[in-house]
Ligand binder design. Sequence first.
Ligand SMILES: [Zn+2]
Length: 110
Amino acid sequence: MRDLPAPAGSDLVVERPEGLYCPPGDFFLDPWRPVERAVITHAHADHARRGHASYLASAPSAGVLRARLGADIALHTLAWGEVVEHRGVRVSLHPAGHVLGAAGRGVRRD
Ligand SMILES: [Zn+2]
């Protein structure tokens, strides 16, 4: 997994008991406890866990995620490089070359 570094002193991503959290976007990155909104980088068990209310992941990872976590998960997918904005924070996923669908993530706020 490759992450784009947040600027020094940024509160764009902080650590919470549930996992890495983006306060302005109100979502978590690969959280280890159930949350409302989870951005999932890939389908390995240490990154993609059951119990989140909604998942955002790369389109190529959708099949593996549904097979692992259930066909009925609330899964939203992004094509590589596609940008989605949530509460003023832009999220994009980029191929990480780890397993099928594995993504590095971009989290940006202007
Ligand atoms: Zn992995």
